[in-house]
Design a protein around this ligand. Structure first.
Ligand code: NAD
Ligand code: DAU
Length: 346
């Protein structure tokens, strides 16, 4: 396989921007970043690479066959992040998720087939398995049981990748990563939201009793794993990417408060997310057998993340002054007003 140009979709978002930075630093590829710049896309995430001669940004929709077809003819490989990515927004407006995560993925696959690209790395999610019950740890052979509109749309996108492999022989590889944390994550997601609220002495809205469990993967470790899969992943195969950093949400919130030296009285237990998955837990032996392992344990991953938000206030202040304000009020206004203070909730 000879890669000269990589088409990255969704590269202005959280993981995509970290991955572009990783690719630029570790390879001499040309990179085309196709991103629609939804509320989650932010070109500030890529300020340090925007003038590099090997980097090109194109604003466009992965569901637009014309734009995608044109860019695909210049690409040898595709790494596809573009998606609507937030579970709570999928509960409000599932249609947008079907449009991008399912239909948009189909448009990319079809264009990749026509252009005969050499590699198509699709970023799926651990949420396709649904929630882990008890000690269940998913392997790549486990069935899909998605439970949120987001997870179902990601499952739909991934299933098309497998169909394009089986039917047309498209050289697809699939990544199923755990919850990422790190720099440039939009503060609708739990860790940046809790961190920024704590810095600002605002309440931290914890869903239900805060006992749901997630595996926190530092975004740089994820980028290393994706680099490996792009070059060494077996065609047609899916790979779990977990860090074995499982913690429940209360443990995460308490760790953030401790790092920022803020009181637990900022915690509020609010009405739960409908259909809230209790736990995601994966066995990641398959990618570890290829030679990958994460460098960051939970504490190191969280510390670096909290530190980044502490020192990059202008980045998140600009976000919080825009669309985010309406979103926050819609999502949390009533629930926070009805929440019990931390002491009363026990
Ligand atoms: P994000 O929401 O931060 O970024 C998504 C990017 O995609 C944004 O830049 C947005 O503008 C762009 N985009 C959205 N719709 C588009 C469209 N129709 N056409 C072109 N661009 C579009 O998301 P993220 O957290 O960086 O996640 C990236 C990918 O990784 C997603 O596919 C997500 O499902 C998957 N994933 C994320 C996590 C996580 O913890 N964040 C974990 C597992 C998998
Ligand atoms: O597991 C991979 C998935 O991780 C990705 O596919 C998704 O794109 C990504 O958004 C993430 O999904 P989660 O729903 O797990 O992440 P989120 O940050 O929204 O929530 C993490 C946990 O924190 C979850 O149990 C819900 C809880 N939570 C979240 C928010 C936003 C709260 O308690 N309060 C909150 O305000």
């Amino acid at each position: 396989m000879t890669i000269r140009t990589v088409l990255v979709t969704g590269g202005a978002g959280f993981i995509g921007s970290n991955f572009i930075r990783h690719l630029m630093a570790n390879h001499d590829y040309n990179i085309i970043n196709l991103d629609k710049l939804t509320y989650a896309g932010n070109l500030e995430n890529l300020k340090d690479v925007e003038d590099n001669a090997r980097y090109r940004f194109v604003q466009g929709d992965i569901g637009d066959a014309e734009v995608v077809g044109e860019l695909m003819s210049d690409a040898d490989a595709v790494v596809s992040f573009a998606a609507e990515s937030h579970v709570d927004r999928s509960i409000e407006d599932p249609g947008t998720f079907i449009q991008t995560d399912v239909y948009g993925t189909f448009v990319l696959l079809e264009a990749a087939r026509q252009a005969q690209v050499e590699r198509f790395l699709h970023i799926s999610t651990d949420e396709v398995y649904g929630q882990s019950i008890g000690d269940q740890r998913f392997t790549e052979e486990d069935p899909f049981r998605p439970r949120s509109p987001y997870a179902a749309s990601k499952a739909g996108g991934e299933l098309q990748c497998h169909a394009f492999r089986a039917t047309y022989g498209l050289p697809v590889v699939i990544a199923r990563p755990a919850n990422n944390i790190g720099p440039y994550q939009y503060p609708e997601k739990a860790v940046p939201l809790f961190t920024i609220n704590a810095i600002e002495d605002e309440p931290l809205p914890v869903y239900g009793k805060g006992l749901q469990i997630r595996d926190r993967l530092y975004v740089d470790d994820h980028c290393q794993a994706l680099d490996l899969l792009l070059h060494k992943g077996e065609l047609g195969e899916a790979y779990n990417i977990g860090a074995d950093n499982e913690r429940n949400n209360i443990e995460v919130v308490e760790a953030i408060l401790e790092m920022l030296e803020k009181p637990k009285s900022l915690i509020r237990f609010i009405e739960d997310r409908p259909g809230h998955d209790e736990r995601y837990s994966m066995n990641s032996q398959k990618i570890r057998a290829l030679g990958w392992s994460p460098e960051h344990d939970f504490e190191a991953a969280l510390e670096k993340t909290v530190e980044w938000y502490k020192t990059n206030r202008p980045w998140w202040e600009r976000i919080r002054s825009g669309e985010y304000r309406d979103y926050y009020e819609r999502m949390y206004g009533r629930r926070l007003a009805e929440a019990k203070p931390y002491e009363e909730a026990g």
